[in-house]
Design a protein around this ligand. Sequence first.
Ligand SMILES: NC(=O)c1ccc[n+]([C@@H]2O[C@H](COP(=O)([O-])OP(=O)(O)OC[C@H]3O[C@@H](n4cnc5c(N)ncnc54)[C@H](O)[C@@H]3O)[C@@H](O)[C@H]2O)c1
Ligand SMILES: [Zn+2]
Ligand SMILES: [Zn+2]
Length: 328
Amino acid sequence: MKAAVVIGFDRPLSIEDVPVPEPGPEQVLVRIETCGLCHTDIHAARGDWPIKPTPPFIPGHEGVGIVERLGEGNVHGLTVGTRVALPWLGYSCGDCRYCNSGWETLCTSQLNMGYAMNGGFAEYAVGYAHNVVAVPADVDPLDAAPLTCAGVTTYKAVKVSGATSSSVVAVFGAGGLGHLAIQYARVTGAAVIAVDINAARLQSARELGAEHVVHAGEEDVVAAIQRLGGADVAIATAVSPSAFEQALGSLARGGTLVSRGSSSTCRATATAAAPDRSRVCTFPLTRLRGLCAWRPPPKRRDCCWSYTHARRASCPSLSIAKRPRTGR
Ligand SMILES: NC(=O)c1ccc[n+]([C@@H]2O[C@H](COP(=O)([O-])OP(=O)(O)OC[C@H]3O[C@@H](n4cnc5c(N)ncnc54)[C@H](O)[C@@H]3O)[C@@H](O)[C@H]2O)c1
Ligand SMILES: [Zn+2]
Ligand SMILES: [Zn+2]
């Protein structure tokens, strides 16, 4: 089969002929139809993070395809012909305290697609049956692919943020993750402020429902958002430590910062932000929530697949100017 292979952290992806993988116990072989590109794939291919994958490896953790063969053992009801998505959480043990409390993404035995396991930038990939996720028949594979990481990640970010129809949500970075965060936030009815350094991304953020946009290369982001009354929720997806700090600074009192950036970026920026106690003291109820990628729930339709709904949603929303600013 053809595969796009990382052969070295300083080398471009190499299209190579490699053997079709064999599904092992409790695995399935998936014929890949499409695969999204997440910025994490770029971090993986460049070896950006402290724990690095080992070249050669095949990146891609937004693969969608058709189950073609079943491995031995428990394949969790999957059958040949089922369309599935192959998420970042390629394997979790199912036994530990995290797996048993709905936090499989913290499982210390986890294996990640396109990182520790070969991913979806290939004609075929194997996935653990427990971790692959059936794609509803009415969701196009092209729509399903980016939801497999960017979608579930930002869906969870919006969910844990507690955003409601009376919230102002600032989304830092309007790229792969951010453009979905904007839509999920809009589904809650919140007013959205999008921040980016790319004018085209800001334009599409407006088209997706952002009421205000801030160009971080041209404006003082914190001042611009504070002039609007501050954000109840800031969701940091930008690949930039300064954006994380701006996200913190943009919060209104009692605001919630949800960081979706890469783990090393989060750690570095959280460390950088921590000595600046004044900001935390200024907003004594600020909560900092750092999360890893979420796992699409196997059976519930209301989560990752709700992007289809999000794209069609037209939630009534009060403009920021008309919102009550007391009681925060
Ligand atoms: N924690 C998780 O669960 C999780 C899951 C998926 C991706 N990620 C990480 O999230 C990050 C974003 O991924 P993506 O696929 O959305 O990337 P992307 O490249 O598609 O989007 C990033 C956006 O940030 C913008 N940006 C860059 N610098 C900025 C700045 N200073 N201020 C404002 N905007 C800025 C870029 O212009 C771009 O639009 C990556 O680091 C990725 O590894 C984390
Ligand atoms: Zn990803
Ligand atoms: Zn576990």
